[in-house]
Every structure is written in C-alpha cells, then in structure tokens.
Design a binder for this molecule. Structure first.
Ligand SMILES: NC(=O)c1ccc[n+]([C@@H]2O[C@H](COP(=O)([O-])OP(=O)(O)OC[C@H]3O[C@@H](n4cnc5c(N)ncnc54)[C@H](O)[C@@H]3O)[C@@H](O)[C@H]2O)c1
Ligand SMILES: O=C(O)[C@H](O)COP(=O)(O)O
Length: 395
C-alpha cells in the first residue's frame, strides 16, 4: 500500500520528487493520510486525522503546529533546520540597507514621476531632490544578533564581511553553532547589554513561551537613540505596543520586518515585507527536499532526524520487520514490550532506544513479524503511546 501524504501548502516539486510515486500518493486532500507536509499553514489539532504518523515542516519555525498535541499522540514533527538560512540572511542584508539608505522612499518617489517626459528636465529634478533620500553607511556600525543558530550565525558572518562590528547573544547556543561562529563575534552577557550597544539589532530566534514579547519596553528603553530593529524571526517576539511607543519616542529610528500587522502598516518608520524570508527557489527546494527525505526515512524505517519533539534516532535495517514503539519516558515499559515479544517467541535482532523529555522512542528489529494480537498487547501496556509495524526494508 502506498503511503498517503497530505500537503497543506504548495511544496517544491524537487522535494516531492524524492518520494517515488509507486510508494507515495500525494494530494492536498485525504481523509486518512499517513503524513502531513506543510509550510506556514496554521495546523489545528482537528486537522490531524488519527491515521497521521508524522508531520514535516518544510521550513524552520514550527509555531504553526500544535507540538504538545502531536507529542501526546506520539506524532513526531520534523523541520528543516538551516535549509532556508541563506535566503533569510540575504534578506537581512537587504533589510540593513533599506534601513540605512533612502531606497524605499526614493524608489516610491521616482515611481510618481511618470508624467515627466523630458529627459533633461527629469534629470534636473532628480539631482535637485536626491538630497531628501540621503542615508548612512553600515560599515563600522554595530549589529547585535539575537539568536546565533543557522540564520543568526550566517547573518553575523555577512555583517562582518560588510565591515560591521558584531555582538551576539544566545543563551542556548548549540555546540555545532558555536563551531560555525566567527571568533570576531563579540559575546553580549545579556540582552540589555546587546540592545544598549547596537546600532542595528536583528532577531533570529524561535517564538516560544519564553521568547514571546521578549523585546519589551524595558529592552527598547535601553537602546541608543537612532537604533534600528530588524525582525525576520516572528512578530510575536516583539511586544507591539512597546515597539510603537519606542518608535514614537524617537529612540528606535526604524523597524524592518517580515511580519506586517494592521498597527504597523503605513508607518514611515516601518518597512514591512510579506513574510518572504524563505521565498526563494533555492530555499523552497532545500526545505522541501530535507522535509521529504526525513518523512520518507521515518515512514519506511522509523528513523528520526531533525524532529522538534522526538529524539534523533537511526538504526540500520536488518532483513526482517521492525517495530517502533513510542512510550512515556518512565521505567519498565521497554522491559514489558520485550516480554510480550518473548512470550510470542519473537527474537530481537537489533534495537535502539532514546528519550527526549517526557517521550521515549524505540526501534526493535525482529526475526519474525509480530501478528496483530502481539501488536495489540504491546499497545495495551500502560505508558505505551503508539506502536507501529514497519515492513521489511524497501529497496
Ligand atoms: N522570515 C522567514 O521567512 C523565516 C525563515 C526562517 C526562519 N525564520 C524564523 O527564524 C527562527 C530562527 O531560525 P534558525 O533557522 O536560525 O533556527 P535555529 O534553531 O538554527 O536557531 C535559533 C537560535 O535561537 C536561540 N535562542 C533560543 N532562545 C533564545 C533567546 N531567548 N535569546 C537568544 N537566542 C535564543 C537558540 O539557542 C538557537 O541557537 C525560526 O524559528 C523562525 O521562526 C523566519
Ligand atoms: O520558519 C520558516 O521557515 C519561515 O517562516 C518560512 O515560512 P514559509 O515556509 O511559510 O515561507
């Protein structure tokens, strides 16, 4: 039986092509899909059918997915870390320049000159008026980067290459991200210090309960007059009323962001883009390929890579069947599962077990495939969230 994959956003064909059509049916409507692949679609628990085994986010942020609900149902949610980072970095470069030079106002003004048919007169007008659009250079200015993961570290490098000083803040920097980071990036001890020292501040962290409204009146009160804030992460990270107050006080000179809201649209001190940070051919392909390959490996082998709620786990296939078991992360459950297999005279060829937070996940390769009643006995063990029989390896 082919796997049914429900897509809830347009997903790059290059990604979908990683899923052979003899093994995968792909459609934007299915009543009982095996997996869901999406981008920013705001997924409601009611849209997740009981048949869903996994959810793939072709992108970085997973705040549009009800993660706690998925964990409670034993559904791993995957994302595509780093796959769109370069696209965002390039837009941040544009954002720094849009915030420093009279580009937006200048282009808008030029577009009003459609009835000027005389080239020489037009040129005289342009030369007389261009002083309105004078800006300043970013070289030598200080950029504060909040969040030094896939995007933040690329932005930091790009800014150094443009001759900026870079200060970074990330309280949970991963070891890989730390290795990627240039030694020229100065470390801020805390956010207030970063906000106080920067000419530009750029946000590259996820929206979580702990980061919602992180940029508040106190932090915005600490900035130097003339500071510009860039937000290509998520609107929810910036407290909107405090942002508007900081702009109106003149302390914050500009807000350049990828997340328009009614209160921000039309302000001359705000430049808004329609959430296009990851909207490049390259990023869309990279994200879709990564998400599709991760879902494929999970559906066909139970392996997990780049999940935001499950542990990473990969076990090379042996010839026979594989069972995956998700359970609450408490003692004795794995022992009970193995007892059920022993009672059914099923020999274990290989196994791997890992936990993350409140969940544990196990892959058990068996020499004979268990029948429905053996699987039902495993499912009935207290603390088992779900059990799945994965057929022999596909070639
Ligand atoms: N505009 C867009 O189209 C677009 C595209 C991609 C990603 N994003 C957003 O950018 C976010 C970051 O993406 P990424 O790929 O760099 O993710 P990432 O996971 O590689 O990096 C995020 C970093 O933020 C850090 N962090 C967490 N809490 C923090 C805090 N309180 N203060 C400072 N740092 C903190 C983490 O430790 C991590 O290093 C995504 O979660 C998404 O919301 C937006
Ligand atoms: O978190 C992300 O990856 C970005 O916000 C991109 O979202 P998109 O896939 O809807 O463009």
């Amino acid at each position: 039986m082919p796997f049914k994959l429900l897509t809830l956003n347009a997903i790059s064909v290059k990604g979908l092509d990683r899923l052979p059509r003899d093994s995968y049916e792909i459609a934007s409507e299915f009543s009982a899909p095996d997996a869901i692949l999406l981008r920013s679609h705001k997924l409601q628990p009611t849209e997740i059918a009981p048949s869903v085994l996994a959810i793939g986010r072709a992108g970085a942020g997973t705040n549009n997915i009800p993660i706690d609900y998925c964990s409670s149902k034993g559904i791993p949610v995957f994302n595509s870390p780093g796959a769109n980072a370069n696209a965002v970095k390039e837009l941040v470069a544009a954002g720094l320049l849009l915030g420093s030079r009279g580009i937006v106002e200048g282009v808008q003004w030029v577009n009003t000159l459609t009835d000027h048919n005389d080239k020489a007169a037009l040129n005289t007008l342009l030369e007389a008026q261009k002083k309105q659009f004078k800006g300043s250079e970013i070289q030598g200015r200080t950029l504060g980067v909040v969040g030094l993961g896939a995007i933040g570290s690329l932005v930091a490098d790009m800014a150094l290459q443009l001759g900026m000083n870079v200060i970074g803040y990330d309280p949970a920097l991963s070891v890989e991200a730390a290795w990627r980071l240039s030694s020229q990036v100065q470390r801020a001890e805390n956010l207030s210090s970063l906000f106080a020292r920067s000419d530009f501040i750029t946000l590259h962290l996820p929206v979580l309960d702990s980061t919602r409204d992180l940029v508040n009146a106190e932090l915005l009160g600490a900035v130097k007059p003339g500071t510009k804030l860039l937000n290509f992460a998520r609107q929810e990270i910036v407290h909107e009323e405090s942002l508007i107050a900081a702009l109106e006080s003149g302390n914050l000179a500009a807000y350049i962001a990828d997340f328009p809201t009614p209160a921000l649209i039309g302000r001359t001190d705000v430049i808004l883009m329609p959430h296009i940070g990851a909207s490049t051919d390259e990023a869309e392909d990279n994200c879709a390929i990564m998400a599709a390959e991760q879902l494929k490996d999970f559906l066909e082998n139970g392996n997990i890579k780049n999940s935001v709620n499950f542990p990473s786990l990969s076990l090379e296939r042996t010839a026979g069947c594989r069972i995956s078991v998700t359970n609450n992360n408490v003692p004795k459950i794995l022992g009970s599962v193995l007892s059920v297999l022993a009672d059914a005279d099923i020999n274990v060829a290989d196994m791997l077990n890992k936990s993350r937070g409140e969940l544990a996940y196990n892959l058990i390769d068996v020499e004979t495939c268990p029948d429905e009643s053996t699987l039902a006995r495993i499912q009935s063990i207290e603390g088992v969230v779900n059990v799945r029989l994965i057929g022999p390896p596909r070639t």
